[in-house]
Design a protein around this ligand. Structure first.
Ligand code: NDP
Length: 435
């Protein structure tokens, strides 16, 4: 805390892990006296660099670029790039730290990293986004590579940005390699990668519901966000027979009591991915729905809640409202969307609660599958990737159960995910010595 006291999000993420892992370390002699957690919280490397670019009017802008190479004990650094005005070292360190545990849970050989910039793609032309991405990659390319560090997308970084980033990497290095994931299908991307985080979150929620002999069928589901993760979480909920009641963005949420069906979801995808509009426009298209400006959707009655927008978007009061309204299952599609108070409330009520590092790991897992396909220079079918994704989510669920049971009936998925993720990385670090 002395060294990182000015980084609240990072402290929050570390505290959550420490609360569950420190008692485990105390009970297992091989980890005693090795300062293993102290070593894990310090990034192996933290890069910060200037990104200068020129807008359409000829004005020069300067943003700050970052790459946090957090832990490479079990594989090359792997984790997304976030472009959002709120990006800073604290947020990226929390995301990189979470990523280490998440990647370990996937069972694939990937270390943890994260990066991005305080650049805001909103309101920028395609040409401006391209110039920014190219400028960002002129520096980042020195630090990444298919066997070193393989970035992907995150908030504000989708297929358009990955394309521009990949193009510049390829030009500068004169090599066509799997250095980024989330690529287009015709140039090295994996089928199901765009869908993977959202689909995986819902597969995980389904696994949790099955422990109570229940399923997604017929459930009222509240989803936040309307970006990549939220869109495909909604799609999978519909495929499994659930009803999606809400979506949101940073302006507010829309509530459609009739349900957001496949046709309405296709309209939202076009709005967000092609026209880059606001979720408030939904009520102009579908007037029976309502828009709630400046609010999050947790006040809407539901059985399943999937927070898929951003960190700390669901606080203690929101959690109490969800529980009071009969919610029995919360699976995080976003990273750390629930505050510590919210997590306590979920645990006190003994409802099913999955932390993002377990339930949203399907995205990075499928990125791992993209890396394998790139190395082998082959392309698996949609069905094959989806089957592997489903199996990985089920394995992660099993790991949580293995380490997280409290008594006969209740699984603390936070504890389970943290310890299962920790063990694999800690064992590799012990084997590799003090470096
Ligand atoms: P997108 O940029 O596609 O979408 C983000 C969504 O969240 C948008 O609807 C955005 O609204 C909303 N949002 C962003 N910031 C805020 C904020 N401060 N307050 C309220 N709403 C906000 O990103 P993704 O869908 O890719 O990512 C969403 C979450 O999922 C993030 O936490 C990310 O780290 C996590 N995640 C993503 C993975 C992936 O594969 N993409 C993998 C694992 C986790 P607006 O348009 O108004 O900004």
């Amino acid at each position: 805390k002395t060294r990182n006291g000015h980084e609240p999000e990072f402290i929050q993420a570390v505290q959550e892990v420490a609360d569950t892992v420190i008692p485990y370390i105390a009970q297992h002699e091989i980890y005693n006296g090795k300062n293993i957690l102290l070593r894990m919280v310090e990034p192996e490397r933290l890069l910060s660099f200037r990104v200068a670019w020129v807008d359409d009017d000829g004005e020069i802008h300067v943003n700050r670029g970052y790459r946090i190479q957090m832990n490479s004990a079990i594989g090359p650094y792997k984790g997304g790039l976030r472009f959002h005005p709120t990006v800073n070292a604290s947020i990226l360190k929390f995301l990189a730290f979470e990523q280490v545990f998440k990647n370990s849970l996937t069972t694939l050989p990937m270390g943890g990293g994260k990066g991005g910039s305080d650049f805001d793609p909103k309101g920028k032309s395609d040409d401006e986004v391209m110039r920014f991405c190219h400028a960002f990659m002129t520096e980042l390319c020195r630090h990444i590579g298919p066997n070193t560090d393989v970035p992907a997308g995150d908030i504000g970084v989708g297929s358009r940005e990955i394309g521009f980033l990949f193009g510049m990497y390829k030009k500068l290095r004169n090599e066509f390699t799997g250095v980024l994931t989330g690529k287009g299908l015709s140039w090295g991307g994996s089928k199901i990668r765009p869908e993977a985080t959202g689909y995986g979150t819902v597969y995980f929620a389904q696994n949790m519901l099955e422990t109570r002999k229940d399923s997604m069928e017929g459930k009222d589901v509240v989803i936040s966000g309307s970006g990549n993760v939220a869109q495909f979480a909604a799609e999978k909920v519909l495929q499994l027979g659930g009803k999606v009641l809400t979506l949101s963005d940073s302006g507010g949420y829309i509530h459609d009591a009739d349900g957001i069906d496949e046709e309405k979801l296709a309209w939202v995808m076009d709005l967000k991915n092609n026209r880059r509009g606001r979720i408030s426009e939904y009520v102009e298209q579908y007037p029976s729905a309502t828009y709630h400006e400046g609010k999050t959707p947790w006040e809407v009655k539901c059985t399943v809640a999937l927070p898929c927008a951003t960190q700390n978007e669901l606080d203690g009061d929101d959690a109490k409202a969800l529980i009071a309204n009969g919610c029995v299952c919360v699976a995080e599609g976003a990273n750390m969307p629930s505050t510590p108070e919210a997590i306590h409330a979920f645990h006190d009520a003994q409802i099913l609660f999955a932390p993002g590092k377990a339930s949203n790991a399907g995205g990075v897992a499928t990125s791992g599958l993209e890396m394998s396909q790139n190395s082998l220079r082959i392309s698996w079918t949609r069905e094959e990737v989806d089957q592997r994704l489903k199996a990985i989510m089920s394995d992660i669920h099993d790991s949580c159960i293995e380490y997280g049971m409290e008594g006969e009936d209740y699984c603390n998925y936070v504890k389970g995910a943290n310890i299962a993720g920790f063990v694999k990385v800690a064992d590799a670090m012990l084997a590799q010595g003090v470096i």
